[in-house]
Design a protein around this ligand. Structure first.
Ligand code: C2E
Length: 521
């Protein structure tokens, strides 16, 4: 009892821990997704700033180019100073002739033009210096764009306003012809030119980088944020998720324990019912379609549990199979069937069929038990057929061996629910089964347009070639009965049209009655 309590508590605790873990990973995934959405929004803002800078630089150049004043004159220098004063991004403005800077707003007219150094990047006629020397002081350096006729020094803090830790930016120069990308402003981004141009999110060393390059212009941007920063914050929400996950997991654990207990109690009740013989049998008539005579019956188990509920046989058989005691049900059914119908079987050609499982086939006890029961009741082997689903014969070699033993003993083996499994014709031949029971899904297609209807004639044809007895299951209408009667001779039918499963006494009465004119002439 103590151990059981420990086990149940463990299941619930495990459920809670698992639930917490699952919720935790869901929250993390949500946080990362939200973080990436935020990063994309930030990248858009960077792009807008880049566009503004590009437009500003172009307007400044156009204003100087078209000023109509004489080159580097006092009037032009005054105008250029006004332009710089008004510009948000340009900090110094100069005039270039023959590749040499001849005057600038900061330095005035230059008697000796400064010597030219190699640019970091040349795009068309524009030469770009990321960290170029500035004229107003020996140590001053900055971003310089020398265009045809005009030189512009850009405010190094132009993007600084966008720095919003934990979000960081990098602005890069982009030469579309050579597909080369060179970092210019902001933080370093360890991406190759191709990665930047591709514009797809990349994660490197725990940092997400989102590059964006506009369709035009010479600037690209990369927005970045670390994974850990994305996962930080909103701890209330995270804790909430974790707690609900743990709660849900715990609740699932409780449900699992309850289901287990229910199954255990179901199993206990069933075992008790088998011991006390509380399982009963009903028999469903099987009719020769040619004559309308009841020639056989299928034994079907029935159980009303402690609560007065009728339990479906498929459910109790599957629990018994799962827990390894289905053989006890087979033994009980065999004993009851022989006890209830032994006289009829011993004194006539009437047959019954019993459902058996793969476990019965393999356990080695079933066959001798069957033989003993028949001997005691004076029943011949051909009076007892055994039904096996295709599923039970999956273990091919063992099934073939077990089936051949049954056949040798004189029993007919029926492949139940035929057509719903995976038996190939060749396999069926190797199994050496004597009969097939065509599943009721095929019977239902008779008289309909269902595609499977076309399978029925093929099954019948194949059965006739292999000399297999055919029982058609689930006949519910006269039309279905007529169809199969017309389809060949010697076919047997079973279904509500001929009769529901009934207790033994009622079956005996039905068998003794003259065949009803169930079939049309
Ligand atoms: N819709 C429809 N159904 C019809 C008609 N005629 C008969 N049936 C139902 O179809 C099932 C035929 O049995 P099964 O294919 O061997 O399928 C059986 C069999 O596989 C298994 N079973 C029943 N009794 C036993 C048993 O004693 N041992 C074993 N191992 N399995 C059993 O449980 C399954 C279900 O049995 P049941 O619920 O008794 O359901 C029975 C029967 O009541 C019809 O015209 N229309």
């Amino acid at each position: 009892m103590g151990w059981q309590l420990v086990r149940r508590t463990l299941v619930i605790v495990l459920g809670a821990v698992l639930g917490g873990l699952i919720a935790g990973s869901i929250v993390r995934a949500i946080q990362i997704r939200d973080g990436q959405v935020g990063l994309a929004r930030y990248a858009e803002r960077l792009l807008k700033s880049e566009q503004q800078l590009t437009e500003d630089m172009e307007q400044v150049k156009a204003a100087v180019d078209g000023d109509g004043l004489s080159f580097c004159s006092d009037q032009e220098l005054t105008l250029m100073r006004e332009i710089v004063y008004r510009s948000a991004n340009v900090r110094d403005l100069g005039r270039i002739r023959n590749g040499h800077l001849l005057c600038s707003t900061n330095a005035g007219r230059l008697s000796v033009p400064p010597s030219n150094t190699a640019p970091d990047l040349s795009i068309g006629t524009t030469q770009l210096y990321i960290d170029g020397p500035l004229l107003f002081s020996d140590h001053a350096r900055g971003f310089v764009a020398n265009m045809a006729g005009v030189s512009e020094v850009i405010n190094p803090l132009v993007f600084k306003v966008l720095d919003a830790p934990p979000l960081f930016y990098s602005v890069l120069l982009y030469d579309r012809d050579t597909r080369v990308v060179v970092p210019a402003f902001g933080h370093a981004a360890p991406l190759s030119s191709d990665q930047v141009i591709a514009g797809r999110m990349v994660e490197k060393d725990g940092i997400f980088y989102l590059p964006v390059c506009p369709e035009q212009g010479m600037l690209c941007a990369v927005a970045s944020e670390s994974r850990s920063a994305m996962l930080e914050g909103n701890s209330g929400l995270v804790l909430g998720y974790l707690a609900s996950g743990a709660l849900l997991g715990g609740a699932l654990g409780v449900i699992a324990v309850l289901i287990y207990r229910r199954e255990r109690s179901f199993e206990r009740q069933l075992r008790r019912a088998i011991k006390t013989g509380d399982l009963t049998l009903v028999y469903q008539p099987v009719v020769d379609l040619d004559t309308g005579k009841i020639v056989a019956a299928e034994a079907l188990v029935r159980w009303v549990n402690d609560r007065g509920e009728t339990v479906k046989p498929a459910a109790l058989v599957s629990i018994a199979e799962e827990r390894g005691f289905v053989g006890e049900i087979t033994t009980l059914v065999l004993g009851k069937a022989v006890e209830e119908l032994g006289d009829l079987l011993a004194t006539s050609d009437f047959r019954i069929t019993l459902n058996i499982t793969a476990e019965d086939l393999m356990n080695g006890r079933f066959l001798p038990q069957l033989a003993r029961s028949m001997l005691a009741a004076g029943v011949k082997a051909r009076s007892i057929g055994l039904e096996l689903t295709e599923r039970s014969t999956v273990n091919q070699e063992a099934a073939i061996q077990a089936l051949s033993q049954l056949k040798k003993a004189g029993h007919t083996v029926y492949i139940d629910d035929f057509g719903t499994g995976y038996s190939s014709l060749a396999y069926l031949h190797r199994l050496d089964a004597g009969a097939i029971k065509i599943d009721r899904v095929f019977t239902q297609t008779v008289g309909t347009q269902a595609v499977t209807a076309s399978v029925v004639p093929q099954i019948l044809d194949m059965a006739s070639k292999l000399r297999l007895l055919v029982v058609v299951e689930g006949i519910e209408t006269r039309e279905q009965a007529d169809y199969f009667r017309a389809a060949g001779s010697g076919i047997l039918g079973q279904g509500w049209f001929f009769g529901h499963p009934v207790p033994a006494a009622q079956l005996m009465k039905l068998v003794q009655q003259a065949p009803e004119t169930l079939l049309t002439t």
